[in-house]
Write a protein that binds this ligand. Structure first.
Ligand code: MRU
Length: 319
């Protein structure tokens, strides 16, 4: 089943806020409906946001909206993953050619996502097997699986490809507070894949690595700056520090559309700050403040390699 799709002139997507308890597919018929789905993380993950951006512009055209205005709103629904505005721009570029050309381009972005992610998954798996051999134990963070793309996944796509090659050992995953993309979504996908896995609290990730329980860390990315800094779900940076200390590879898996040559480095990326209510609750005293950074920056020098659908980048400046 696809995470997001185009059916009969409308967008259909899995509402990820309901997983793992309920697998519900919802129809999205307006750009405002799509923006709402993006903001509340019903659809999430950088590649899926790219596809949502592309399909959203096609939807605006089908609905006879002011396409430029809707595209602008859509681009800003979430600020950090560059794929969203990339997907919007891809389809907006066909504006002069009419609605059918825009729909065609959006569907092309969608189909391409599947191919690109399975390519990068297989490339990443080969890279790991060349270095680590068989039975590779992996640590991952957040959800960079099929649910973050159309199908297959990026970091979890590498895990899938390791499984295909019978080279996968155990998978450790951080629960990924506060919205639990690891504990809810990655664990759900791993269970469906029949992969042995263990959920740990986010702050235990570095200890898992220090104890030699994982041979490599594999994560996705929301934006990769021109200098190779990687922006990904909050909690990625401590894992990279711990991987460097433990002397194990830290692999970032992302499609080329996540690379943003217009952003010089991680410091230039807008980091989404989400509602404090996601952190505060009955367990915190009234009046406490919360700072809910959704992403962090991992400096390029902590990254062993970035695998994309076209290449492996390690240590060289990005083209
Ligand atoms: O806030 P989210 O759930 O959209 O954050 C997702 C991540 O940080 C993923 O790791 C990233 O988008 C890569 S997904 C292939």
């Amino acid at each position: 089943m696809r995470t997001i799709d185009w059916r009969n002139g409308r967008i259909v997507l899995i509402d990820q806020t309901l997983l793992p308890g309920t697998l519900k597919v919802v129809d999205v018929e307006t750009v405002d409906g799509l923006i709402d789905a993006i903001k509340r993380l019903a659809v999430r993950g950088a590649p899926a946001l790219g596809v949502a951006g592309a399909l959203g512009v096609a939807l605006a055209a089908r609905n006879g909206d002011d396409v430029r205005r809707e595209a602008e709103k859509l681009s800003k629904a979430r600020p950090t993953a560059v794929n969203l505005s990339w997907g919007v721009r891809r389809v907006l570029a066909k504006l002069d050619q009419g609605t059918e050309a825009m729909v065609e381009e959006a569907v092309h972005v969608l189909e391409d996502d599947i191919r690109r992610n399975s390519d990068l998954g297989r490339r990443g798996a080969q890279w790991l097997i060349d270095r680590l051999g068989q039975r590779i134990n992996v640590h991952t963070h957040c959800n960079a699986g099929a649910l973050a793309c159309v199908e297959w996944g990026t970091a979890l796509g590498v895990v899938r490809a390791l499984q295909e090659r019978d080279a996968l050992g155990h998978v450790y995953l951080d629960e990924t507070r506060p919205l639990l993309q690891g504990a809810r979504l990655t664990a759900w996908e791993l269970k469906q894949m029949g992969v042995d896995h263990t959920v740990v609290v986010d702050s235990a990730g570095p200890t898992v690595l220090a104890r030699g329980m994982a041979d490599a860390v594999i994560v996705g990315a929301d934006r990769i700056a021109a200098n190779g800094d990687v922006v990904n779900k909050i909690g990625t940076y401590p894992l990279a520090l711990a991987a460097a200390r433990a002397g194990i590879p830290f692999l970032v898996a992302a499609p080329e559309s996540t690379i943003d040559p217009a952003t010089p480095d991680g410091a230039a990326v807008e980091i989404e700050v989400r509602d404090a209510a996601e952190i505060l609750g009955d367990h915190t005293p009234d009046g406490s403040n919360a700072l809910n950074y959704a992403f962090d920056v991992t400096p390029a020098d902590l990254i062993t390699a970035i695998v994309t659908d076209e290449r492996i980048i390690n240590g060289k400046p990005l083209g």
